[in-house]
Design a protein around this ligand. Sequence first.
Ligand SMILES: [Zn+2]
Ligand SMILES: [Zn+2]
Length: 134
Amino acid sequence: MILRGIACALILAGSLRAAELRGYVVCLAEKDGKFVANHEHIYGFKTTEGKTYKLVRAKLSEALFVDKRLHEKDLLLKGTADGDKFEPTAIHSVKNGVVCEVYYWCDICAIEAVAPEICVCCQGPVELVEKPLK
Ligand SMILES: [Zn+2]
Ligand SMILES: [Zn+2]
């Protein structure tokens, strides 16, 4: 129990902080637009201030790794920054100056998904939706 208390205190005292980042997805292996043949992309996020974070892959950030359409977008990510790592917990896009919620939708089942996989319910395709936030 004592050890556990210490571990918790260390986490709280660490560099974890809630952050909101505006920018776009980049591949950290292809820095400065240089071409690198046959490599596994290392996804990161470059903010409008010019800072680059390595993206942490998790359930809520999966779409940023697998959906190339999101790589073309101006994004606003909410999540937790830990040094130069960032774990997104919400993905928003900025479309014509309007902040939109980004998610995937199955028309047949009318359910939402966080990643562009097949629908968990009907196994059909899901579509990418950008819905303006109120
Ligand atoms: Zn790459
Ligand atoms: Zn479905």
